[in-house]
Design a protein around this ligand. Structure first.
Ligand code: SAM
Length: 227
């Protein structure tokens, strides 16, 4: 029988080729990072056999690990090339922070649920990431003392782009966020800060994320949605 590690490595390569490259994503640093990070370590043990399906999976506390294609899409959309300072809102299990940390120089990531924040922090440390900083709190307010950021990635869907996150984006920087539209439809939006006062917005794709809950997000009594 093939050892589990080899089996996972093959499945990961297969996933990158079939679900990410074949769908048109082509950023070299993002593809290399997706090939490197072992997603099976970030999902609950009983779900490891599904780690390389291109789908979200439950991680506890009613939350999910994002679909790998969406993680790659957001990082490519954020134009990560290497050396950036990145802010992530919604650490979850820490998987997308790990992928970002393979490319960026520093990753600051905020999670509102303390159990998930603690678990992700331990896991990322054990995996050797010394450039990831995890904080428990409301990410809609950003991380002002570490700003500005070259890229901001929000992995939960809010009603609008939080003003605090716009303010904490460096000039030339990129913010990628799912925003809920009419009838609950969610669209992935890219906001590029061109100058101190000029922001350009583009819609990238239809997506499904869990709600962004906080001062500049939804209230705490929102029903959980999908991924
Ligand atoms: N980044 C994760 C991964 O690696 O797959 C996926 C995270 S999951 C789709 C979204 C996360 O956002 C959940 O863990 C949820 O608790 C968190 N979240 C929701 N609102 C938040 C907020 N205001 N600040 C920080 N985290 C928030």
């Amino acid at each position: 029988m093939m050892p589990a590690l080899v089996r996972y490595d093959r499945s990961r390569e297969d996933l990158v080729q079939r679900s990410i490259e074949a769908r048109g994503l082509c950023s070299r640093p993002v593809l290399a990072a997706m090939r490197k990070v072992r997603r099976e370590l970030y999902v609950p043990e009983e779900l490891r056999e599904f780690a390389y399906e291109d789908s979200p999976l439950p991680i506890g506390e009613g939350q999910t690990i994002s679909q790998p294609y969406i993680v790659a899409l957001m990082l490519e959309a954020a134009r990560l090339e290497g050396g950036e300072r990145v802010l992530e809102i919604g650490t979850g299990c820490g998987y997308s922070a790990a992928v970002a940390a393979e490319i960026a120089s520093e990753v600051y990531t905020i999670e509102r649920l303390p159990v998930l924040a603690r678990r992700a922090e331990h896991l990322l440390w054990r995996q050797g990431y010394r450039n990831v900083h995890v904080r428990h709190g409301d990410g809609t307010l950003g991380w002002p003392d570490a700003a500005p950021f070259d890229a901001i990635l929000v992995t939960a869907a809010g009603p609008r782009v939080p003003q605090a996150l716009r303010n904490q984006l460096a000039v030339g920087g990129t913010l990628v966020i799912p925003v809920s539209g009419p009838a609950g439809r969610q669209r992935l939006k890219r906001v590029t800060r061109r100058t101190e006062t000029d922001y350009v917005e583009e819609l990238l794709a239809d997506v499904v994320f869990v709600p962004l809950i906080g001062a500049e997000g939804w209230r705490d009594d929102m029903p959980a949605r999908s991924a």
